[in-house]
Design a protein around this ligand. Structure first.
Ligand SMILES: *[C@@H]1O[C@H](CO)[C@@H](O)[C@H](O)[C@H]1NC(C)=O
Ligand SMILES: *[C@@H]1O[C@H](CO)[C@@H](O)[C@H](O)[C@H]1NC(C)=O
Ligand SMILES: *[C@@H]1O[C@H](CO)[C@@H](O)[C@H](O)[C@H]1NC(C)=O
Length: 365
């Protein structure tokens, strides 16, 4: 439709594949007849994949590959990262010429993947830690990176920079294994992006597009706002086979469902998760003026949708929001519980946010 809308929807380096896939997803929700043909086609495709995998398994058995012990790390290195070739606006670099992202084609459709006889041990799930940023959030981003380093998270961190200067500054860092991506749209003001402003909204409303791109490759995504501080590595908390793990925004109110915070979510690359994100993007497209988090919560209130998902709400004492954590009484009440990730939300304004971090000794710059 109108160009601006399209820009808002897909103004990314991801256009090359996401566009096609997303549109296919949207179209496939069309007529039932259409769906049937589609299902038949899919069954055929899955059949071909299974035959291929089985032949590969038998072949590798004969070649004795199964007998060679290989560490997960080696296997990861063996699969080279391919930058999105058909994407002219994408700039994908890694600091050390090494990219941490593992792309495992076999996991693209995790619901249909069958274990092959050669895999005696479960393979580690490919996953990334994803954040978006721009010059208005650069100091928060650097503080966030510092907190990751302090809890020894140095790999698989992907940051999407929304302007070239932020990109260049972050690209100079060699103390952490960053994958940096630069998006094409850069018309952001130099000034402080007020949290909750239109520009801020534009920034955060693109989150699901980035997330979907990784999920469709079978890569789990831990999305984190950069106004969080990680006190301990949160990755061990995302076990148990849930589709989504949420930080909470509001809770403890028995009469209302939990409101999730889109600023700290672990998305497991399952079909159910991907379907939810596609719906979420459709909603954002329809109502770009509404914050993405609100639209996500709205989707999750729909029982039909919620029943397709295995949701895990993170313990608010371990993953506190800013309203709680920076409240001295709350902190004293829960002093026996070790916080893992603290979100400096529930406050507007760049400087006051920093002051709050400083007050809690969480400003490391
Ligand atoms: C995954 O498999 C299911 C079940 O066969 C199918 O309906 C779905 O379209 C597949 N998804 C993709 C992305 O191939
Ligand atoms: C809930 O979601 C389902 C599936 O997308 C949809 O058909 C239904 O209309 C939704 N219900 C409400 C109340 O929005
Ligand atoms: C930081 O601490 C000072 C001194 O206790 C206090 O006056 C101020 O309101 C605090 N700032 C924030 C943002 O909480």
């Amino acid at each position: 439709m109108c160009r601006n809308d399209d820009d808002n929807f897909l103004d990314l380096y991801t256009q090359y594949d996401m566009n096609a896939r997303l549109m296919e997803n949207i179209r496939s929700r069309g007529t039932p007849a259409n769906n049937q043909t589609k299902m038949r086609k899919n069954t055929l495709r899955v059949g071909i994949k299974v035959v291929f995998l089985l032949s590969f398994a038998v072949l590798s058995f004969y070649l004795g590959w199964h007998a060679v012990p290989r560490s997960a790390a080696k296997r990861e290195r063996a699969i080279p990262y391919k930058a999105p070739a058909a994407s002219p606006t994408a700039a994908s670099l890694s600091n050390n010429g090494r990219l941490p992202l593992q792309i495992d084609k076999c996991r693209e459709n995790s619901t249909t993947r069958k274990p092959t006889p050669t895999h005696s041990r479960p393979r580690p799930r490919p996953r990334i830690i994803l954040a978006t940023t721009n010059k208005a959030f650069l100091d928060f981003t650097e503080n966030w990176i510092e907190s990751l380093k302090r809890c020894n998270v140095r790999d698989h961190v992907t940051i999407i920079a929304e302007d070239p200067s932020t990109y260049e500054i972050l690209a100079k860092r060699h103390d952490i294994n960053l994958e940096l991506l630069l998006t094409s749209k850069t018309n952001l003001p130099d000034s402080d992006l007020a949290f909750g402003s239109q520009d801020y909204l534009r920034l955060v409303n693109k989150r699901p597009n980035y997330i979907l791109r990784y999920l469709q490759r079978g890569t789990d995504v831990l999305f984190s706002d950069v106004d969080t501080v990680w006190l301990k590595n949160p990755l061990p908390f995302f076990e148990g086979g849930y589709d989504l793990y949420f930080g909470r925004d509001i809770y403890d109110d028995q009469t209302k469902p939990d409101l999730v915070c889109a600023g700290f979510v672990y998305y497991r690359a399952t079909k159910a998760t991907t379907d939810l994100i596609v719906k979420w993007i459709q909603r954002i497209h329809a109502r770009p003026e509404i914050p993405d988090q609100q639209l996500l919560n709205h989707l999750l209130r729909n029982r039909t949708i919620r029943n397709t998902l295995k949701l895990k709400y993170l313990d608010q004492r371990q993953f506190p929001n800013g309203n709680d954590y920076f409240n001295v009484e709350w902190r004293e009440k829960h002093a026996n519980i070790e916080p893992i990730v603290v979100h400096n939300n529930w406050i507007k304004g760049h400087d006051i946010k920093i002051e709050r971090f400083k007050n809690a000794s969480m400003w490391y710059l």
